[in-house]
Design a protein around this ligand. Structure first.
Ligand SMILES: NC(=O)c1ccc[n+]([C@@H]2O[C@H](COP(=O)([O-])OP(=O)(O)OC[C@H]3O[C@@H](n4cnc5c(N)ncnc54)[C@H](OP(=O)(O)O)[C@@H]3O)[C@@H](O)[C@H]2O)c1
Length: 243
């Protein structure tokens, strides 16, 4: 199979690590990003230097027309995609629910949930038997993230329900849909939550006594996308150090 993948939010963090991992496994990679063009180009340059194929495409994937353009760009560059990693995720500064407004909540939901629906829709118009989707949830879907960001945690709950339902809708067509749940991973996202050193603070509560790396999450995503996971669909893989 000619493997062609879109990874949303691949300029940094888990998405960037996934782009590098999949490129090393022979995937042609579309590195989606929202604003950070130089970081996205750096991921693409690294892939090309290592002999792979990749290009960067700017799109805010919470916007339907931008998602359409993203998929059309990949059609033109590589052909129909065979694999999708819905990885985009944002959070806002830690806050109790009583202090959240509709603007914040809706931004979280459109970015973290609507984008996953829109990208799945465009992907399955093109996918055939043997294709696969991985959605990136969070341990927050299980914990609820009280006093920090219930809005974010709830968005990840929705991602998990989408994964379950869509996996069943597509199972007979041979298209698999799975999910990874990262725990506390060293990336920039914690800075956006107002606590860059959050992973260090929470390390004593992690059974393995350390935060995870983006590469460790990327490897779980790569396995779920691969033919090695050919009988696995509607499944959730925790990458949480035992938490
Ligand atoms: N890190 C953790 O501890 C952790 C734990 C559990 C789950 N997760 C999940 O893992 C995923 C990746 O998180 P991360 O920590 O790697 O995040 P990150 O380092 O903050 O990177 C976020 C990425 O998403 C992109 N992005 C944000 N909004 C976008 C939009 N509307 N359209 C397109 N791209 C957009 C950013 O692009 P720009 O560079 O252009 O801004 C960036 O590439 C998220 O779904 C997150 O919820 C992370």
């Amino acid at each position: 199979m000619n493997k062609i993948v879109i990874i949303t939010g691949a300029s940094r963090g888990i998405g960037a690590a996934t782009a590098l991992t999949l490129a090393s496994q022979g995937y042609k990679v579309c590195v989606n990003y929202r604003i950070n063009k130089s970081a996205a180009n750096q991921v693409v340059d690294t892939i090309i230097q290592q002999g792979g194929q990749a290009f960067a495409h700017q799109a805010d994937v919470s916007q339907e027309h931008e998602v359409s353009e993203l998929f059309l760009a990949v059609d033109r560059q590589f052909g129909c995609i065979t694999h999708l990693v819905n990885n985009v995720g944002i959070l806002f500064p830690q806050s109790k629910l009583i202090d959240m407004d509709a603007k914040r909540i809706n931004k979280i939901l459109t970015t973290n949930v609507t984008s996953y629906f829109l990208c799945c829709k465009e992907a399955i118009k093109r996918m055939q038997a043997g294709s696969a989707i991985v959605n990136v949830s969070s341990g927050a879907a299980r914990s609820g993230s009280a006093n920090e960001y219930i809005d974010y945690a709830a968005s990840k709950g929705a991602v998990e329900t989408l994964t379950k339902g869509l996996s069943i809708e597509l199972a007979a067509q041979g298209i698999r849909v799975n999910c990874v749940r990262p725990g506390f991973i060293h990336t920039d996202i914690h800075r956006d939550g107002g606590e860059p050193n959050r992973v260090a603070r929470l390390t004593p509560h992690i059974p393995m006594q350390r935060g995870g790396t983006a590469e460790e999450v990327a490897k779980a995503i790569a396995w779920l996308l691969s033919a090695d996971a050919s009988y696995t669909t509607g499944t959730f893989v925790d990458v949480t150090g035992g938490k």
